[in-house]
Design a protein around this ligand. Structure first.
Ligand code: DC
Length: 218
């Protein structure tokens, strides 16, 4: 029996996570937050004091790590039995994740871990290369983006709400640097899949984006 897959790719901060979670709930499908797999590996290498430049050691850590995902109201992630949910969203985790994601051998190890999420009754997969590399045969594909300024403003608001000190200019430059790294890497760069529905969420509400994505499937 074929398992339907909806891929939602795009840069950080475009709203992919929120939209993917809401759409997967509405459809009753499974949800893959592929960024959290790269982020978990970033935490694993920090825990083992492996250098970001040591590709072979990173591949070893990636092959050995045991990840568990509990998708309740909030995504809970355990790395080798330890709850690492609180560290996943840190800027430092995202920055290391983006650097190690540039290594083809690291991506190769993480490929199967991501493809294993394809289970009945369906899957919503959120990331950078879901529609191009991980699930190229997906029936439904979306590319969700927003301007760097809008994404920085959303991130700034989230941090201030959590009472974390933040500087909008620093956030904008970090977002632009991350975009460049994700777009310009040779292996599986952030790119729109052929035939994907392009959505710019800069001036849309989350509900409007969710509606557009659900219309694609209906
Ligand atoms: O979506 P995110 O911000 O949680 O992702 C963190 C980093 O992981 C991102 O900068 C690049 C990398 N990543 C990737 O290379 N491929 C994916 N499918 C998802 C994330």
């Amino acid at each position: 029996m074929s398992i339907p897959v909806l891929t939602i790719d795009g840069p950080s901060g475009a709203g992919k996570g929120t939209v993917s979670r809401l759409v997967s709930k509405k459809l009753g499908w499974n949800y893959l937050d592929s960024g959290s797999i790269y982020r978990s590996l970033a935490i694993a290498i920090q825990n083992t004091s492996v250098q970001v430049s040591d590709v072979d050691a990173i591949v070893e850590v990636a092959s050995a790590m045991a990840l568990e995902f509990e998708c309740g109201d909030e995504l809970v992630v355990k790395l080798n039995g330890e709850n690492i949910t609180g560290q996943l969203g840190l800027e430092s985790t995202g920055s290391i994740a983006s650097q190690i994601a540039a290594y083809p051998s690291v991506r190769a190890v993480l490929l199967k871990k991501q493809q294993d999420f394809k289970q009945l009754p369906g899957l919503v997969a959120d990331g950078r290369d879901m529609g191009t590399v991980v699930f190229p045969d997906a029936e439904y594909k979306v590319f969700l983006t927003a301007s760097a300024q809008k994404r920085a403003a959303r991130r700034y608001k989230q941090l201030i709400e959590k009472e974390i000190d933040a500087n909008i200019d620093e956030i904008t430059s970090e977002i632009e640097a991350r975009d460049r790294r994700d777009r310009e890497r040779e292996t599986a760069p952030l790119a729109m899949a052929v035939g994907a529905l392009y959505i710019d969420s800069s001036d849309l509400t989350i509900d409007q984006v969710v509606e557009d994505v659900l219309n694609l499937i209906r």
